[in-house]
Design a protein around this ligand. Structure first.
Ligand code: HEC
Length: 195
């Protein structure tokens, strides 16, 4: 399974370039793994990760409250990411402002996140913001994560003081507060080694 990185300049930034993914997929070598196939696989992984995390978070918030739910994000989010990181894939979450320094973006991720911010400011629906490319025989994919109302308990401006203290004790370098609904909280970021 190889993708010819130089066969097409394959950047997909939904909303920015209106090149349909299928067109790029056709331009890639048909016998080899196409950018389109990899993107479809990446989307499936993001869905699985997002769904599982959201479900667990919601359940814990409802049954045990926000303090316990911090543990979900603290321990389960990386565990779920790990569980979908199979067959050469690396699945993670990142942001321009991170809570956990381990989630800090690489340079290319920073650039994609900044482009997402610009697109969002220009009125693009955050649900459609995604990116896919192959660089140095590595497939890269990112999908924006918008801030929803449920996120504000832990990422908003007015947090419960006890909760705030708990988060601060776990994450002394926390930058991920002060968000409003609709803002870009971060992104799912996936890579797959194609060597
Ligand atoms: C119960 C508290 C809580 C809620 C609610 C919550 N988060 Fe978080 N969030 C956290 C914690 C704790 C981390 C750090 C996780 C880690 O250690 O990797 C985190 C990390 C993240 C990250 C990874 C980047 C970073 O800042 O380290 C993203 C992206 C994120 N949250 C998005 C969201 C979104 C979107 C929602 C709403 C759907 C949400 N969170 C709801 C507590 C919460």
């Amino acid at each position: 399974m190889k993708l010819r990185a130089n066969s097409s300049y394959a950047v997909v930034l939904c909303g920015l370039l209106s090149v349909p993914l299928t067109v790029i997929a056709q331009e890639a070598q048909p016998a080899e793994a196409s950018l389109g196939d990899l993107t479809v696989e990446a989307r499936t992984k993001v869905k699985a990760f997002g769904k599982q995390l959201k479900q667990t978070l919601k359940q814990t918030l409802q049954s045990e409250g926000a303090i316990s739910a911090v543990t979900v994000c603290n321990l389960e989010a990386p565990a779920i990411a790990e569980s979908v990181s199979t067959e050469g894939w690396k699945v993670s979450r990142t942001a321009l402002k991170v809570r956990n320094p381990a989630n800090r973006p690489e340079l290319w991720e920073q650039e994609v996140l900044k482009t997402f911010e610009t697109q969002l400011a220009n009125g693009t629906d955050p649900q459609t913001l995604e990116y896919a490319d192959v660089v140095n025989k590595e497939f890269r994919y990112m999908k924006a994560i918008p801030t929803g109302a449920v996120c504000l308990a832990c990422h908003g401006s007015e947090m419960n003081p006890q909760l705030q203290q708990h988060i601060k004790s776990l994450y002394p370098q926390d930058q991920a507060t002060g968000f409003s609904v609709g803002e870009l909280r971060g992104a799912f970021s996936l890579t797959k080694d194609l060597k």
